[in-house]
Design a binder for this molecule. Structure first.
Ligand SMILES: *Cc1c(COP(=O)(O)O)cnc(C)c1O
Length: 385
């Protein structure tokens, strides 16, 4: 075992300004939904080129209010990639609808638009592509598929805040765009998430759904001097707090420096790995400005099965917190049991899931840590050859 400090694969970066912002919020009149939620919503929306931001308590809650506001309901099908975090599909199941798993492109691990097209049925209501590792999917093709059939396109952009496709920011590429502010993501609020959209009707419905489905929140009731409210439809308590929003506003002002740091580290990894034959890194599509949430390497097809697990074991033993993103969602016991899914449904995702690993990537990694990770990775592979 190594005595050097453990390097996590992802981690928040909190400075004195972030701390001061949270302390100021704690001393203010509002701890839960107050004026800072509005400020945070407008700041993220304007950074991402959207007119509306709806802040909620997690990325998962953001996915859920988006599917609910677009009336996804029992009997409906929603197409999602299998190589994602379970929340992308769970939100469909929360609404009583059926997630249909599309396969990914083997070079980028982004959802394959042709597989999405193959899976369309009379019941399809929405598609939720995932900007895996931080690069936007092929939204041009996906939007053509969804627009011609009046389907909803909901971008799961939990990996891609700050990314662009052909000069257009993530936040403008789909009908609604979902962000997460979990500590491993680009900016942190502890737990937190947001839906971005230009659809003001959908946005106000989502604001209602995040607060039990009430027509007036506590602050509007106080302002109006009224105690009355109505439950318009069934919602949840998915509110983000002003404390969290204070942190989010401060973190957002640091987003460009976070993105630059991630971009630098990813470039150093790619330079160091360029000539490897035993593993590769993922391709970046033309026109993409990458947000580098994850740095994923993939064991070459010629290398034996089981090599990935050995690499993960050895790197972790050296204190390098590598991770695997993700077990294909259709293979989880719940999805096999409830929907009868299983092996063979998404061959590219199933194959990739056995061969990928994510190296640490976050703004807190200094030059020495990056050197240590590169050195340990190259040594581990050389040794296993
Ligand atoms: C992080 C993440 C989510 C969920 O976000 P939480 O804030 O943890 O609920 C959803 N989808 C993807 C692809 C994610 O990476």
């Amino acid at each position: 075992m190594s005595t050097k400090p453990f390097i996590p694969y992802g981690r928040q970066s909190i400075n004195d300004d972030d701390v001061a912002a949270v302390v100021a919020a704690l001393r203010s009149d509002w701890l839960t939904t107050g004026p800072l939620v509005d400020v945070f919503e407008q700041a993220v929306a304007s950074r991402c080129g959207a007119s509306q931001g709806v802040a909620v308590s997690s990325g998962t809650a953001a996915l859920h209010v988006a599917t609910a506001a677009f009336d996804i309901e029992p009997g409906d099908e929603v197409i999602v990639p299998s190589l994602t975090f379970a929340a992308t599909a769970n939100c469909v199941v929360y609404q009583g609808a059926t997630p249909i798993f599309a396969d990914v492109d083997p070079e980028t691990l982004l959802v394959s638009p042709s597989d999405v097209e193959r899976l369309l049925t009379e019941r399809t209501r929405a598609v939720i592509p995932v900007d895996y590792a931080g690069q936007p999917c092929d939204y041009k093709t996906l939007a053509r598929i969804t627009n011609t059939r009046s389907l909803h396109l909901i971008a799961d952009a939990c990996h891609s805040l700050g990314a662009e496709l052909n000069g257009r920011p993530v936040g403008t590429l789909a009908d609604a765009t979902v962000l997460s502010f979990h500590p491993v993501k680009h900016i942190a609020t502890g737990e937190g998430g947001m839906v971005l959209t230009n659809d003001s009707v959908a946005a106000s419905r989502m604001r209602c759904l995040r607060n039990h489905g009430m027509n007036l929140d506590a602050r509007s009731r106080e302002k109006a001097g009224t105690f009355g409210y109505e439950i318009k439809e069934l919602g949840w308590n998915y509110r983000l707090t002003d404390i969290q929003s204070a942190l989010g506003i401060s973190q957002l002002s640091r987003l460009d420096s976070f993105l630059a740091k991630r971009r630098d580290i990813a470039a150093r990894y790619s330079d160091a790995f360029l000539s490897r034959k035993d593993f590769t890194f993922l391709a970046t599509r033309d026109g993409v400005r990458h947000a580098h949430h994850l740095y994923v390497i993939r064991i070459a097809d010629e290398m034996p099965d089981g090599m990935r697990d050995m690499v993960v074991g050895r790197l972790r033993a050296e204190g390098i917190g590598v991770n695997v993103h993700y077990p294909p969602v259709h293979m989880h016991p719940f999805y096999q049991r409830k929907f009868g899914y299983g092996p063979g449904m998404c061959p590219n995702a199933e194959k990739a899931a056995k061969r990928v690993l994510s190296l640490p990537l976050h703004p807190g990694l200094d030059d020495d840590a990056v050197e240590r990770i590169i050195d340990a990775t190259l040594r581990t592979f050389d040794h296993l050859m």
